[in-house]
Design a protein around this ligand. Structure first.
Ligand SMILES: Cc1cc2nc3c(=O)[nH]c(=O)nc-3n(C[C@H](O)[C@H](O)[C@H](O)COP(=O)(O)O)c2cc1C
Length: 190
């Protein structure tokens, strides 16, 4: 079995809700064991990442970047950087914010650079937006048009599950895609 960790922070529940859909997609792939891990817990114990073959990173977008709690987790992996403990693992990222753009790309880029600094292999979100194929905007896969990673939008103050169907479907497809990719190429380089 290959092991996949979905590492997330969520202050108000939106990112956590999306993480569960990413998890469902990942778990649909035979041969892959997927777990949700809280960034706050890993910040105390970054070695908890060692058994995993791949990481999916998830953070809300706060002021155009990852949240403070997620950055604390990232910084806690400094010793793993020195020992190259994450080298060769797969990495991918997702973010939630309240505005259609909201500078989500910047959040994904900080996750990408983090993964590159650790020598990880980045996996994107390779789905054509379905609006162009006659699907209603709210139901469309990758309606926000993000290939670097998964983006989703949730109105500020809305209940945690208040995503449009297209964003949740994209989340499941994204989790499935990362898990399938891990099945093909994942594994730590020694
Ligand atoms: C401090 C702070 C900064 C935020 N910055 C942005 C932002 O830059 N762009 C945006 O679209 N939404 C922004 N938001 C809205 C959050 O991204 C949004 O509410 C998100 O769903 C929160 O995720 P969570 O429920 O998992 O905590 C911000 C919210 C907070 C509290």
């Amino acid at each position: 079995m290959k092991k996949l960790a979905i590492v997330f922070h969520s202050a108000h529940g939106h990112t956590e809700h999306l993480a569960h859909h990413v998890l469902d997609g990942a778990r649909s792939v035979p041969g892959v064991e997927a777990h949700l891990l809280r960034a706050e817990d890993l910040a105390q114990n970054p070695d908890g990442l060692t058994p995993y073959d791949g990481l999916i990173l998830g953070s809300p977008t706060y002021l155009g970047g990852v949240s403070g709690s997620f950055k604390t987790f990232m910084d806690a992996t400094g010793r793993l950087w020195r020992s190259q403990g994450l080298k060769g693992k797969l990495a991918a990222g997702f973010t939630v914010s309240s505005l259609p753009a909201g500078d989500k790309q910047s959040t994904l880029m900080s996750m990408f650079v983090f993964a590159m600094q650790h020598g990880m292999l980045w996996v994107g979100n390779p789905f054509l937006p379905e609006q162009g194929q006659g699907v209603a905007d709210g139901d469309a896969v990758n309606r926000l048009g993000s290939w670097s990673g998964l983006m989703a939008q949730a109105a500020h103050g809305a209940p945690a599950g208040a995503f449009v169907a297209g964003d949740l479907k994209t989340a499941r497809m994204f989790g499935q895609h990362v898990a399938q990719t891990m099945g093909r190429v994942g594994g730590t380089i020694s």
